[in-house]
Design a protein around this ligand. Structure first.
Ligand SMILES: NC(=O)c1ccc[n+]([C@@H]2O[C@H](COP(=O)([O-])OP(=O)(O)OC[C@H]3O[C@@H](n4cnc5c(N)ncnc54)[C@H](OP(=O)(O)O)[C@@H]3O)[C@@H](O)[C@H]2O)c1
Length: 242
């Protein structure tokens, strides 16, 4: 959809990181942006269906919805307590469907709108230590891929976003114990990704990969997972595919 000044955009998880960069990019285009997060305005917790529904309803008409809020916990699966598994599932996966559920009916009624879902490269090919995180991101992918087809002909578009390693505070709470393959300094700034999201909304692109190495990962993994393993050992660390 062609963005116009005054278009109304909701970005979840926009208090910092990727969500903040996306919200800033829409604001630069003259859009009115609701930055939903637990600490944001409007305040909303995506893991609570009533809370996110209230936040979105309170904002009013939504032309573009960016379901971006998410958390990460990297731990070997055997060390991961069930409560953490449930929390990751509630925020990343259920949070996405609760958010879309709240905003989509209005778009369909008006026959105009666009949904953006921020998944991850880990939703294409997950990593040791990120079995649960990757599963929540793959769930978003399966959901968005099907929903895009369901929306065909309704006037509402959908874009899946697959970021690689982006500089943000996603792993601040676990910096000291990241797996060997994860190098914090490898992260790229979120602003070019935010710009790519704007372009994807305007051109109704199916997918955004950023940086470009994530697209290569998708191709290699699709051809044969062992090709992706070899690529990851080379560009990341052998522990990415032991
Ligand atoms: N950074 C990366 O390398 C990377 C790579 C691939 C995918 N991603 C994905 O990109 C998205 C954004 O991550 P980020 O890197 O920007 O992380 P971040 O800097 O930690 O930001 C996360 C945002 O989500 C919000 N949030 C967390 N839990 C929430 C909840 N229950 N309800 C509402 N908002 C909540 C946070 O705000 P409050 O704490 O105020 O609620 C914050 O605004 C996530 O879905 C993440 O999985 C990130």
């Amino acid at each position: 959809m062609q963005l116009q000044p005054g278009n109304r955009v909701v970005v979840t998880g926009a208090s910092r990181g990727i969500g903040a960069a996306i919200a800033d990019a829409f604001e630069r285009r003259g859009c009115t942006v609701g930055r939903v997060s637990r600490s944001g305005d409007p305040a909303g917790d995506v893991a609570d269906p009533d809370s996110i529904a209230r936040a979105i309803e309170g904002f009013g008409q939504v032309d573009v919805l960016v379901a971006n809020a998410g958390i990460a916990h990297y731990l070997p699966f055997t060390e991961m307590p069930p409560e953490l598994i449930e929390q990751l599932t509630r925020v990343n996966w259920l949070g996405t469907v609760y958010t879309v559920k709240a905003a989509l009916p209005g778009m369909l009624e008006r026959r105009r709108g666009h949904v953006v879902i921020v998944s991850s490269g880990a939703g294409i090919r997950s990593f040791p230590g990120a079995a649960v995180y990757g599963a929540t991101k793959a769930a978003q992918r399966g959901f968005g891929e099907a929903l895009r087809h369901e929306l065909k002909g309704t006037g509402v578009g959908l874009t899946m976003v697959y970021p690689g390693q982006i500089r943000s505070s996603l792993h601040d709470h676990e910096k000291e114990r990241m797996p060997d393959w994860y190098k914090l300094e490898r992260g790229v700034p979120p602003e070019p990704l935010a710009q790519a999201v704007i372009e994807a909304v305007e051109k109704d692109k199916r997918e955004v990969f950023h940086p470009a190495s994530v697209r290569l990962l998708r191709i290699m993994h699709g051809l044969k997972p062992a090709f992706a393993d070899a690529l990851l050992r080379r560009i990341m660390h052998r522990s990415a595919a032991p």
